[in-house]
Ligand binder design. Sequence first.
Ligand code: TPS
Length: 209
Amino acid sequence: MNPDVLNVYFIMGTVNCVEPPLDTLEQALQAGITCFQFREKGEGCLNGEAYETFARNCQKLCKDYGVPFIVNDDVELALKLDADGIHVGQDDLAITEFRARAENKIIGVSVHNEQEMELAVRSGADYVGIGPIYPTKSKKDAKPPAGLGFLKKVRSQYPSFPIVAIGGINEMNASEVRLAGADGISVISVICESSNVEGTIQKLRGARG
Ligand code: TPS
């Protein structure tokens, strides 16, 4: 995949939002996010029909702006909606199943150590999500923050594999994360909780625009 797609990768679910979720997503799309991940998880999240309807509404907005719509974890939903891709944890079964049922889709995998990195590449991931780089409040079961060290190591071992960094990234630290080797940054709270989504995204975007 083209690593530029990972430049500013927004992840969102209703529980992360302060403003109406679809408003936040549309503002983020207008401001130039390059990828979107639908992640409807956590206490009080939508289920059943409401979950699917919300996903479809997010997907429609992404289509309007020509931005890839990636589904977190839910292979069945991703296939049903013909999403552009899926993001999974260390679940090679999901990768194999999704790839078998949907060629030419984006598959992203979260990795936390060298073994997981190797496995993700071997299983056919298109990109990896490395993190949490810094402490995050947006993922209950997040691993301890790894700092920039692991990211730098992976970049040196895989000079051209698409990497997005995640976890506690904001306007202040985004550029050091890019300098450490990330093709892009992925964020939840800094966009969901911003009072100026456009300004925030401009700062996250970095020099490459
Ligand atoms: C591309 N993940 C790791 S930290 C975090 C999440 C959702 C929370 C970040 O929130 N990489 C990708 N997608 C994922 N879902 C994960 C990793 C898992 P905040 O920006 O508020 O710190």
